[in-house]
Design a binder for this molecule. Structure first.
Ligand code: MN
Length: 141
């Protein structure tokens, strides 16, 4: 299955535009972001639909209020510091507790699409850390 077909079959929520530079600078590779619930929602629980191109991943980071990932398409990786990376597939749910250092992204040869639920966003915005190097990323199979 080629990547274009792969991604077209993965779209549930619209892909949106390329991730704004304010966030994209914390990613390696190209990603797209569609805020399906906006940052300024009074419910304080914004939800972004994030699409990672093959090879794209975000830097190591922490969420002061935690985060939930709901995988809707493609294939990817989630890794917490000190633990092996786990493969992500559609239907997977990842519960990330406050201030746990982690990263998420696509595999080398597939797109990944997930909803990112920013829990308790009033606790503060994400703390962005070092990139996931090619050396670390290329070890993942
Ligand atoms: Mn995260």
């Amino acid at each position: 299955m080629d990547n274009a077909k792969n991604i077209s079959e993965s779209v549930i929520f619209p892909r949106g535009e390329k991730t704004p530079e304010a966030f994209a600078k914390y990613f390696i590779g190209t990603s797209y972001l569609n805020m399906v619930v906006p940052f300024d929602s009074p419910l304080k629980c914004p939800i972004g639909n994030v699409t990672f191109e093959p090879g794209c991943r975000n830097n190591w980071h922490k969420h002061p209020g935690g985060q939930i990932l709901l995988v809707t398409g493609g294939r990817g990786w989630y890794q917490e510091e000190g633990k092996p990376a786990q493969e992500l597939q559609p239907g997977d749910v990842v519960e990330i507790f406050p201030n746990v250092k982690h990263w998420h992204g696509a595999t080398r040869d597939s797109w990944l699409v997930h909803l990112a639920v920013e829990a308790d966003v009033s606790a503060g915005s994400a703390e962005w850390l070092e990139p996931v190097t090619d050396e670390e990323y290329d070890k993942l199979k």
